[in-house]
Design a binder for this molecule. Structure first.
Ligand SMILES: [Zn+2]
Length: 259
C-alpha cells in the first residue's frame, strides 16, 4: 500500500511539474502544501479518525460550561483559541455553546449507519434507480462518510444549533453575524457556506460549523494529497465512495477561505 501511495503521489506531483497548483499560494503556504505531500509526515489513521481522542495527548476534554453535553474533545490548541473567542463573544453578550467537536471514525460510523438504516424504506429512495447512491447522497446533504469528516481532526466545532433557521433571527442571527465578523481574528472560519459560485460541491449550507484554520488548513492539504476514495471503507454503503468522488466533491467542497 505504501509503495502504491508513493507511486500515486509521485505521479500526481509529476503531473503538476513545477507549476504551482494554485497561483494564489504564498511561499509559506506552498511549503505547507509540499509538506502535506510527504507521506512520512502524514498520519493517515489520524486524518481518517481512526484514534481515540481521550487517549491522544494533543486533545483536551471540553469543560461542560462551554458545551451542551459531556465527553467532547478538541485539540488543545483549538480549545485555547476557542476560549479566547468565547470570552470576547461573552463581552458582546454572545453565548457560544459547543454542540459537537471531535468525532472519530467510530462515532461517525454510528451516525452514518443509523441514517443508512433509516433511509432503507424512504419512499423517495425506493423510486431511485440506484438505491445505494440515492441513500448516500441523501445522507451527504449534512453528514460525512466515516474517514472523510473534518470533525475527525479535533479542529472543527458545531456551535449552538443544527438548524440554519436558528441563525436567521434573534440570538442566532446575532451569534452568526458576530462569528462572521470576529471569528477569523481568532482563527475560526465558516466551512460550509452557501453553495454557489464560491463553493460548487459538498454538503448543504451549515451555519453552525466552524474550523480552526491555523491547524485544519494543514489537514485539508494533507487530505487533498493523500486521502483517496478507495481508502474510505469499513461501513454500510462504503462502495459508493468512489462513484461519488468523496474527496474531491465533499472533503474539498469547502469555503475557499479555509484553505
Ligand atoms: Zn459539523
Amino acid at each position: 500500500m505504501k509503495i502504491y501511495l508513493l507511486l500515486l503521489l509521485t505521479l500526481s506531483f509529476n503531473a503538476c511539474g513545477n507549476t504551482n497548483p494554485s497561483n494564489t499560494y504564498t511561499l509559506k503556504e506552498e511549503k505547507i502544501s509540499l509538506a502535506a505531500m510527504d507521506t512520512s509526515k502524514v498520519d493517515l489513521n489520524f486524518l481518517m479518525g481512526k484514534f481515540d481522542p481521550a487517549q491522544n495527548p494533543n486533545f483536551v476534554k471540553i469543560p461542560l460550561q462551554y458545551a451542551n453535553h459531556e465527553g467532547m474533545y478538541l485539540q488543545k490548541e483549538v480549545f485555547d483559541a476557542f476560549l479566547k473567542m468565547y470570552k470576547a463573544a461573552k463581552k458582546d453578550s454572545v453565548n457560544l455553546v459547543i454542540i459537537s467537536a471531535t468525532r472519530n471514525f467510530d462515532a461517525q460510523k454510528g451516525i452514518w449507519e443509523r441514517k443508512w438504516d433509516n433511509l432503507q424504506t424512504d419512499k423517495d429512495i425506493l423510486k431511485a434507480t440506484d438505491k445505494d447512491i440515492a441513500i448516500a447522497k441523501k445522507i451527504l446533504e449534512f453528514s460525512s462518510m466515516p474517514s472523510s469528516s473534518r470533525h475527525h481532526w479535533g479542529t472543527d466545532i458545531d456551535f449552538n444549533s443544527l438548524e440554519n433557521s436558528w441563525f436567521e433571527k434573534g440570538d442566532g442571527k446575532k451569534l452568526y453575524t458576530w462569528l462572521q465578523k470576529k471569528g477569523p481574528k481568532f482563527g475560526f472560519y465558516l466551512v460550509y457556506t452557501t453553495k454557489g459560485k464560491k463553493r460548487l460541491t459538498g454538503y448543504n449550507e451549515e451555519k453552525w460549523h466552524y474550523t480552526y484554520k491555523p491547524l485544519s488548513k494543514k489537514y485539508t492539504l494533507q487530505a487533498r494529497e493523500n486521502l483517496k476514495d478507495t481508502m474510505i471503507s469499513g461501513f454500510k454503503g462504503d462502495h459508493t465512495a468512489v462513484k461519488l468522488d468523496i474527496v474531491k466533491n465533499y472533503v474539498l467542497g469547502i469555503n475557499p477561505d479555509c484553505y
